[in-house]
Design a protein around this ligand. Structure first.
Ligand code: GLC
Length: 726
């Protein structure tokens, strides 16, 4: 019997109680009918559950954050991490993991960028599908967030995002649509912000028209915590579960509205049915009926803790970190010789206390942490010397309080420079403090802390090769030290295995497998949206439209520090014999194949990226857009032929007049490259107009009356030409 069958037996008050949580982390049980509650738990890169009267965080594996995990460009690995995270959730008794976050990195200033995969919607969707499939393979649910257009933390609980429908659908909704169709997440979480003036939690066009009627989604929509402002309006709009619970306050509002005839009971039944379906698929401990849900006094059992399989998951976290490390500059100084006699100066407090995660609700208490200092000392012994280099003020969730009495920043720097001057090579580990990679706040610039910049500048001036390791959850600027560095390696926020991963890559035991999932600009002023960020008087206007990330820099042909998709291996690859085969012209199905050869002397991996351009389009489109990729690992001299199948959607854009995806016939440029700006081969194909007969006539010129393009997307959806203003 499905628990959904209980619906007819529930009273109105009981149905209303299902529409909000029981406390912070549970759905509401109905003991009278034997309906159990299920537990929800953060977060995307590790499980955070509290136990005991002092609400101690239970240790769990701190995997690479989603931005680092995405940098692996390895679906199988992302899925494997998802499955391990799901297994830890199941062991902890958590039924719904509150992740992944799939919001687009509209600006590198966003404090939560560490939680999000990319500036590109296609890659974001691909990572989300792998992650959700992995988590749900463990029998627990994933809750994809934050739906939608939550791209900044400044005023996140009230800011109204003013974005045109084409941009919203083509850029900010794509990853949600992809994961809904390809991974069927148990839940989505609506965002805090408003869109077109309406809160996402009460946005009927978003939660019902698009999500249910267009995409056919049947899972639960959960609010972000305290994101409900008008409970009855949210039920009408299609929100199912308000979190956290309100001790019955808003349940009573629902009952009163139904009794007053201002809320249709069918809307309540629809939401209650979805919550029952969630509980049914979670199937918490057979027969376990938590009358009151999880309370601080409930201790986790010892076997629940041992079921974490901590050692195996730690190795997975290290393997994922290794695959995510992104080498962006190398004069040849790397890899270091593990058996040589060179003296290595390891500089930086973040080598001793690495930056492994960001701040806020995604925080976890790791089961252990590999630090770069320990890993490098284990590998190099007395060849290694260490100096703090700069003050480490912040503490991460795992760190004991930073030592109180540190020497001054100047003294720390002087000691580090003196040590480096005596070395044969210097490895400086720097990064952003926890506060700069955190929920609820954005950065105001892209610089590393001033102490670190000053130190790097002094180290770069020495005639000792300098390797800079950057631990940051989003792009940082690198002047003035960059050109004086012999190598730059980006770790992102790579979780508890980062120390071992760093030693593996620095000493050549592993090839750096990462590729950038966001552009590293030369300066903040070059970035999209910088002029209007973070908005004013409660509104932020996405005036750059679809031109976000590399789409922006490419359409302006603007120089960048490092482009989207970029990353170096310790070997090099040749691409030959690009071939495009049109498998079905009407459907727009095209196969893109290319041969990749390792032409270097070491085993290594590369990510073959496929970009599509539509230069003859009647509308402004990005120069090229990522529509597929394949990761290959090859021995020296080895080669393989990779094939990526493109679909009709991959050639399409959202027609601003009708708000639907469509392909405009004409010539398309398909390119394969090792980054968005290192295109190794391109070919042109011709495809016909989209054959969908339900599409309105394609308007090819800009004679479209200006009022035909809806610029606001309120709760009643885009305002189209001629439609009565609502
Ligand atoms: C937070 C976050 C969300 C998180 C939730 C529960 O405000 O926005 O990502 O899952 O609340 O902690």
């Amino acid at each position: 019997m499905s628990l959904v069958d209980l619906l007819p037996a529930l009273t109105l008050a009981e149905k209303a109680s299902l529409l909000s949580g029981d406390g912070d982390w549970w759905t509401q049980a109905v003991p009278r009918l034997g309906l159990p509650a299920v537990e929800l738990g953060d977060g995307p890169h590790g499980l955070r559950t509290e136990t005991g009267v002092d609400m101690v965080w239970v240790p769990s594996t701190c995997f690479p954050t989603l931005s680092a995990l995405a940098a692996t460009w390895d679906r199988d690995l992302v899925r494997e991490v998802g499955a391990a995270l799901g297994a830890e959730a199941a062991a902890m008794g958590v039924h719904l993991v509150l992740g992944p976050g799939v919001n687009i990195k509209r600006t590198p200033l966003c404090g939560r960028n560490f939680e999000y995969p990319s500036e590109d919607p296609w890659l974001t969707g691909d990572v989300a599908v792998a992650y959700v499939t992995g988590v749900q393979s463990a029998g627990v649910g994933a809750c994809v967030k934050h739906f939608a257009a939550n791209n900044q933390e400044t005023e996140r609980t009230r800011i109204s995002v003013e974005v045109d429908e084409r941009t919203l659908r083509e850029l900010y909704l794509v990853a949600f649509e992809r994961v809904v169709h390809d991974a069927e997440p148990w839940a989505l979480m609506c965002s805090y912000n408003r869109i077109g003036g309406t809160y996402a939690s009460a946005h009927r066009w978003l939660l019902t028209t698009v999500l249910r009627e267009e995409w056919g989604y049947e899972g639960v929509v959960v609010s972000d915590w305290d994101a409900v402002h008008d409970k009855v309006a949210t039920v009408r709009a299609g929100l199912d579960l308000e979190m956290p619970g309100t001790q019955g306050r808003t349940d009573a509002q629902v009952v009163a509205a139904v009794q007053a005839g201002t809320l249709d009971e069918a809307d309540v039944d629809r939401a209650a049915r979805r919550v029952l379906h969630l509980v049914d698929r979670a199937r918490p401990g057979a027969g376990v009926v938590r009358a009151s849900g999880h309370r601080p006094g409930d201790e986790l059992t010892a076997d629940q803790l041992t079921m974490l399989d901590a050692d195996a998951h730690h190795e997975l976290a290290r393997r994922a970190a290794t695959a995510s490390l992104t080498l962006v500059r190398n004069s040849g100084v790397l890899p270091l010789d593990p058996d040589g006699s060179d003296r290595v100066a390891l500089i930086g407090g973040y080598a001793r206390l690495p930056r492994i995660q960001g701040g806020g609700s995604a925080g976890v208490r790791p089961t252990r942490v590999d630090t770069p200092l320990e890993a490098m000392r284990a590998a190099l012994g007395d060849r290694l010397d260490f100096a703090e280099g700069y003050p480490v003020g912040e503490t991460d969730y795992y760190q004991e309080q930073a030592p109180a009495a540190l020497p001054s920043a100047g003294q720390l720097a002087d000691e580090a420079v003196a040590l480096a001057a005596r070395a044969d090579v210097t490895v400086a580990v720097v990064g952003l403090p926890l506060a700069a990679d955190s929920e609820a706040a954005d950065r105001s610039d892209l610089a590393l802390p001033a102490d670190q910049v000053a130190l790097l500048t002094r180290l770069a001036a020495l005639d000792v090769p300098l390797v800079v390791v950057v631990q940051a959850g989003s792009a940082v600027t690198m002047d003035p030290w960059h050109d004086g560095a012999a190598a730059v390696l980006l770790t992102g926020l790579a979780g508890q295995g980062v120390g071992g991963a760093l030693a593996d890559v620095l000493l050549g035991a592993a090839d750096p497998g990462g590729r950038l999932t966001e552009t590293y600009p030369l300066a903040l002023d070059d970035t999209p949206g910088v002029v209007g960020f973070p908005g004013e008087r409660g509104h932020v206007v996405y005036g750059e439209g679809v031109f976000v990330g590399y789409r922006w820099y490419d359409v302006l042909d603007r120089a960048v520090r490092y482009p989207f998709g970029y990353g170096l291996s310790y070997t090099s690859f040749a691409y030959d014999d690009l071939q495009l085969d049109v498998l079905d012209a009407a459907a727009g199905r095209v196969r893109c194949a290319v041969t990749v050869t390792n032409i270097g002397t070491r085993r290594g991996s590369d990510v073959v990226q496929v970009y599509v351009g539509d230069p003859s389009s009647a509308v402004h489109r990005p120069v090229r857009e990522l529509k597929g990729y394949a990761k290959v690992a090859l021995e020296p001299g080895g080669s393989t032929r990779v094939a990526v199948d493109l679909t009709g959607r991959d050639f399409s854009y959202v027609d601003a007049v009708c708000g639907r995806w469509r392909r405009e016939g004409g010539q398309f440029v398909v390119s394969v490259g090792s980054s968005s700006r290192d295109l190794r081969a391109s070919a042109v194909i011709e495809l016909p107009d989209d054959p969908d007969p339900t599409l309105p006539r394609l308007v090819r010129d800009d004679a479209v009356p200006t009022e035909a393009v809806p610029w606001a997307v309120g709760t009643d959806g885009p305002v189209r030409a001629g439609a009565p203003a609502t």
